[in-house]
Design a protein around this ligand. Structure first.
Ligand code: PAF
Length: 290
């Protein structure tokens, strides 16, 4: 595996590969890699001739200084994991290499997607994500880029970014990878205390129950039910629970058949903020038999 810290050196290596029509799969990460990341890289390997992974803890997408300072950094282990899945290229730039001396994000309009959920609770987060993802796409110029659906709002925003700026890259959303007890894999999970780690699978369990109840209960009933469940849980604090349209990410008040909805949740387990989501199914409209 080739490791590059400088964008010019990376581009000098990738440009001839692009010119010889090699497909480039790209998996942007913030490091502290886990099975979820590896599943994206394995998919990228299957579908491309060359796979690039970036590790960059992007300061402009953190609204919380402590979260940034304590973000897990496990570079040596990440390199071993990347080698184990035959990653071809690792891009590992410094903050100066990406931002020079100007560590601020650009302002984006993602057609309102940025104001919902994570956008409402983490001010400026998606401007930071937009800034770094656009910059990385300009450096790597991938054919296809892979993102996990745990950050479903991020995935929709990146699809919007690519369309708006006419960036020639295919965006692929990949299924959420979970621990055996259902907790969605996240680099932040390693920061959970023992008791919070034990409590955290409750999040996915609750979402699975929401999925079951979705066909028969109203949105208001489901929301109240989730709020009550978390009120009774002394280790997990609910920040938001929203049922939203998958495309617009706007919260819904009532269901329409044959539309795609998702339940989204953000929860504090002690100091650690965890997010998750689940696809919901409405009843299919019956088509009359003639
Ligand atoms: O999902 C992440 O790890 C980050 O938000 C990303 C896409 C690598 C941008 O920093």
């Amino acid at each position: 595996m080739k490791i590059f810290e400088k964008k010019m050196a990376l581009q000098a290596y990738i440009t001839p590969l692009k010119e010889s029509k090699k497909s480039i799969g790209f998996v942007p990460t913030m490091g502290a890699l886990h099975e979820g990341h590896l599943s994206l890289i394995k998919k990228a390997k299957k579908e491309n001739q060359i796979v690039v992974v970036s590790i960059f803890v992007n300061p402009t997408q953190f609204d919380n200084k402590e979260d940034l300072e304590k973000y897990p950094q496990t570079f040596n282990n990440d390199v071993k994991l990347l080698q184990s899945v035959n990653c071809d290229i690792l891009f590992f730039p410094s903050v100066e290499e990406i931002y020079d001396q100007n560590i601020i994000s650009k302002k984006f309009d993602f057609d309102g997607l940025e104001h919902q959920m994570e956008g409402a609770f983490r001010k400026g987060h998606f401007d930071g994500v937009g800034t770094i993802v656009k910059t990385l796409f300009e450096i790597v110029k991938p054919t296809t880029a892979y993102f996990g659906k745990k950050d479903f709002q991020q995935l929709q925003i990146i699809k919007n970014l690519v369309k708006k700026y006419d960036i020639p890259v295919k965006i692929v959303g990949c299924k959420i990878y979970r621990e055996t007890d259902g907790l969605a894999m996240s680099s932040r999970n390693t920061r959970l205390t023992k008791k919070h780690r034990k409590a955290a699978p409750f999040i996915h369990k609750t979402l699975k129950k929401v999925k079951k109840k979705f066909k028969t209960k109203s949105i208001a009933e489901l929301t109240q039910w989730v709020q009550k469940k978390f009120e009774k849980n002394s280790l997990l604090e609910l920040e938001y629970f929203t049922i939203a349209d998958e495309t617009t990410l706007k919260p819904i008040k009532s269901k329409e058949s044959n539309k795609k909805y998702r339940a989204f949740i953000a929860v504090y387990a002690g100091d650690i903020r965890l997010i998750d989501n689940i696809a919901l199914k409405t009843k299919k409209k019956k088509t009359a038999k003639i």
